[in-house]
Design a protein around this ligand. Structure first.
Ligand SMILES: [Mg+2]
Length: 230
């Protein structure tokens, strides 16, 4: 455990939502329907939205979504409703190695610090951390909503930088690691100039590989407990 600060992505890294791409797509379609989008774009077209970064409004405008600026407010509400249902049905859970790993880092004699950097809405994150009783492990959380706008969402490094400031990170004295299951986690970490760890979780993730990614992870792991060996 060679790092001082451990920053985690939430969805797909700590929280198992099943097929994360399918989950997000389903919420996207529901949101587009609620916003009375003239024609729901096909799967390939919808992929553009997820890779648009801060240009997502242009994509929504192209699709004829009238209140594109209100998109995330609607999306988050639908996401929240869905997660509550899934929680009650016991269909979402933490990955089985999460609690053990968080406990090991949290209780380490060197006083390591933990944070979460997520693009999920703050009230959704609060619900998840509370329901799964892991909130106390994290000294700082960066999520969407309140004062954090979409422009600060990963792949922007803003969330990571904000937490590092809070932790009084000094690049000369400290080592920080961001652990996430998507390309945007890796981009954000490298732009923030810290170490990046890609967690694959499932063998079939990243079938096309990630060698073409502009920003490369420093570590690649299958399970979260491998973080303890880094
Ligand atoms: Mg994720």
């Amino acid at each position: 455990m060679n790092f001082n600060f451990y920053l985690f992505d939430l969805d797909g890294t700590l929280l198992n939502l099943g097929d994360i791409g399918a989950y997000a797509n389903q919420i996207l379609v529901k949101t587009l329907n609620e916003l009375r989008t003239p024609q729901i774009p096909d799967k390939e077209e919808r992929y553009k939205f997820w890779s648009a970064g801060d240009k997502y409004i242009e994509v929504l405008n192209k699709w004829g979504v009238s209140k594109a600026r209100d998109f995330w407010e609607h999306y988050d509400k639908i996401d929240f409703k869905q997660r509550k249902v899934l929680f009650d049905q016991k269909k979402i859970a933490l990955f089985d190695d999460v609690r053990f790993v968080l406990k090991r880092i949290y209780n380490h004699k060197d006083g390591k610090r933990l944070g979460i950097v997520t693009n999920t809405a703050n009230y959704v994150v609060d619900f998840i951390l509370k329901k799964f009783k892991i909130a106390h492990f994290f000294q700082n959380i960066f999520s969407m909503g309140a004062k954090n706008d979409q422009e600060f969402a990963k792949p922007s490094p803003s969330g990571i930088i904000s937490i590092l400031e809070n932790f009084h990170y000094d690049g000369n004295d400290h080592k920080a690691l961001m652990i996430g299951d998507s390309m945007s986690d890796i981009i954000a970490a490298k732009k923030a100039n810290i170490f990046a760890c890609l967690i694959k979780r499932e063998k079939k993730r990243f079938e096309k590989g990630f060698n073409a990614w502009k920003f490369q992870p420093d570590y690649i792991i299958d399970r979260l407990d491998e973080v303890l060996e880094l």
